[in-house]
Design a protein around this ligand. Sequence first.
Ligand code: AMP
Ligand code: MG
Length: 391
Amino acid sequence: MISVKQALNIIENESRPLSNNIIDVRNSVGCCLNQEVISKIDMPPFNQSAMDGYALNYDISLTTYNIIGELKAGDDCSKINLKKGESIRIFTGAAVPKGANTVIQQEWCNNNNNILSFNKMIKDSLNIREKGEQIKQGDTILYKNHIINPASIGLISTVGINNINIIRKPKIAIVITGDELIKTTDKIQNAKIFESNSSMLYGALNKYGYNDINFYFTKDNKKQTELTISKAINENDIILVSGGISVGDYDFVKSAFDQLNVKEQFYKINQKPGKPLFFGTKNNKYIFGLPGNPGASLTCFYIYVLKCLSLISKKKYPLKKIKVNLISTYIKKGGRAEFVKVKVNNNEAEICSHQSSSMLLSFAKADALIFIDENISKVSNKDYLDAYMLL
Ligand code: AMP
Ligand code: MG
């Protein structure tokens, strides 16, 4: 059995970035940019008023100006040229005409029958956003490997670009196995449980911006398990199979992987929860056999699947790792590394109850997973430990 560190190293070495794709910039939030973005325009594209007020041909010797007209946002001012003693009513975002060298906000102005005077000291160069003051034509505004955030989308749109080249978003399969599982919309039945891993993994994927998700379901039957996993591999980049990866007589996932020539990268990690985790590859596809126990499944998602997804999408692994001070004692059984659910308050971590891999009750309220190495047998008050923040 390999260690947590070895498993993470294998994922790191095997996960290669996906191909690239040109998409509508509006759909690119969270994606890794695969091009430089160069602006074809100045921004602002013209001298622009930053206030509602009056644009003037300012001259230190004058105290009043004639108001010759009005310019609102979007009005063409190319035929206007203010001369000495002239001003024009102007609004925020409007183009400042030739001959205007300052904009005075309306709160400082008095308009008396189109003669403008002022109740404050005025001067030139006020309230004009200069053409190109933010971006000059030909400037590189974003670089390759930048992760697109909402401001980036605004910035790219600002310079009139609709489509951009990004690292493709992964297509993700969630494959659910288990004869005991019924839909949450079904009536509860004897010996059956509501299937919850598909919605849990769907939510986890969505939280980190992965939303191209397909669902597959199979009974615990060798042929159907093989066919379903085969279809999921053909149709997706990353395949998350839930359950059926242990050694029970009705666990057919491992034999399906073997049958389908999935190359085993690792199977079983010296950890709790999630010992039976499988990771394999086939033709640039990444295949995880997640334990069916919900707590184990989600832990493996956070630590391993999310790592692989980040690498193939060229994104930063999103879980922040911080050091926390433990304020409780925890005795480990056996020599496995453990991921333990904790509540965190001002870097102080309190261990939650109900740590079992089959349970989600405390996981649902936990802030972080602390990592306890395999060779540590007990952690106690004031111990300083690594925590993966789940927020
Ligand atoms: P398995 O890994 O298939 O042996 O399943 C381990 C435990 O997890 C069993 O108690 C299952 O009933 C439970 N389980 C497996 N898959 C799911 C699922 N999709 N939703 C909820 N519980 C599950
Ligand atoms: Mg099962």
